[in-house]
Design a binder for this molecule. Structure first.
Ligand SMILES: Cc1ncc(COP(=O)(O)O)c(C=O)c1O
Length: 378
């Protein structure tokens, strides 16, 4: 006869075994190049791909175990109960009701479908930072709105005063990406809070927190409590970054019940089953995120130390990437880095002689440090 402690032990061993298998799978994923991607120059070691703002540490072992456990169910569509479990966890974690949460295929789907929902009532102007992340603004532009891009300040931080000055009767929305992609900077939380409260009386403020969980002080910087308090604010987050699940396409938005219903009407009817299972497991597992955040920060700090040593200018980073001034066209810099076997980010106009480097593992970052020293010490 099995006692309950036997059962618990057996259950634990089963989970641990799946977790260990999952860990091996995860670490293979992190280092296996995709056939579709360009290979390394012949005779060279594997490329360090530090251009995509992914999290090379991958999903938590519990998230991997959840995906393995539910893989045999993958022939089924995710059920409403599956989605509701995730929505419930997100709602509880953010102090909002489930009706305030929309889950999508990555936060990209939330950005795009919020643009569709907003544009259904007419077009106007969208105020954003330059350089900034383009998914939302590009969607609004395609739907007929005009984009008003306000340059970031001298520290590459959102210039909230200049943005507020642009708000007028034609403004449909203000988009704040915090930390900003590509600059990596974060806005002072008290200033942002005051800005959101004031501006949201005139138009919705969309705060994209895709990278906020990578930052040093998530709780102090998230604008989610303003959604809970009923302000006209939308907060978008993703499982693609600190949770290491970019390929599973799960993101979410927190917003008013009315907006949530409106956005949902444009969403895919069903969610990615394994992505949802991995996201649920990720939210239940607390320590892995903190450990991953610490590893990202350690490599981010090392990269900044190399920039300091080389006297290169960089924006103060809070995401899993650093934006720095190369002083040369991005194409030239990319080629030089490729000679050192490192793939780095694309152009981000108007900062055309700056480059964004994503934070990889220590092994992925080592060739980047060598290449940077070679290029900038010469
Ligand atoms: C600022 C920002 N928001 C949203 C996204 C969309 O991410 P996903 O669709 O993977 O959730 C990205 C992707 O890199 C991003 O950089």
């Amino acid at each position: 006869m099995s006692t309950s402690s036997d059962l618990n032990r057996r259950q634990w061993l089963k989970t641990a075994a799946v977790g260990v298998a999952g860990l091996a799978v995860a670490s293979n994923f992190a280092t296996t190049p995709l056939a579709a991607q360009p290979g390394p120059p012949s005779g060279k070691a594997e490329l360090s791909r530090i251009q995509g703002n992914e999290n090379p540490y991958g999903p938590s072992p519990m998230a991997v175990a959840a995906m393995i456990k539910h893989a045999p169910r993958a022939f089924r569509y995710a059920t409403v109960d599956d989605a509701n479990e995730l929505i419930g966890l997100i709602a509880t974690g953010n102090g909002v009701a489930p009706a305030n949460v929309v889950v999508g295929s990555g936060s990209a789907e939330i950005l795009e479908n919020y643009a569709k929902y907003l544009s259904a009532s007419g077009t106007g102007e969208v105020i954003t930072a330059a350089p900034g992340y383009l998914k939302f603004t590009d969607s609004m532009k395609k739907l007929g709105s005009k984009i008003v891009a306000v340059p970031v300040d001298k520290d590459m931080v959102h210039d909230l005063d200049a943005m507020a000055a642009k708000v007028g009767p034609a403004t449909k929305c203000v988009y704040i990406c915090n930390p900003n992609n590509p600059t990596g900077t974060i806005v002072d939380p008290e200033k942002l809070k005051a800005f959101c409260i004031e501006i949201s009386k005139k138009c919705p403020v969309f705060v994209d927190e895709a990278y906020l969980e990578c930052s040093d002080k998530f709780e102090a910087n998230t604008m989610a409590p303003l959604v809970a308090a009923g302000h006209n604010i939308i907060v978008a987050r993703t499982f693609s970054k600190v949770y290491g699940l970019a390929g599973q396409r799960v993101g979410y938005g927190l917003m008013s019940v009315e907006a949530a219903k409106g956005v949902m009407a444009y969403n895919e009817a069903r969610l990615n089953l394994l992505g949802v299972m991995a996201a649920i497991a990720s939210l239940k597992e607390k320590s892995y995120v903190a450990e991953t955040r610490a590893k990202i920060k350690a490599e981010r700090d090392k990269l900044c130390a190399t920039f300091d040593e080389l006297k290169l200018t960089y924006a103060k980073p809070q995401g899993n990437f650093v934006f720095f001034r190369t002083g040369m066209p991005i194409k030239v810099f990319q080629e030089k880095m490729l000679e050192g076997n490192v793939l780095v980010g694309r152009a981000f106009p108007p900062a055309v002689d700056w480059c964004r480097i994503s934070i990889g593992t220590p092994a992925e970052m080592a060739p980047a440090h060598i290449a940077l020293r070679k290029i900038f010490k010469a």
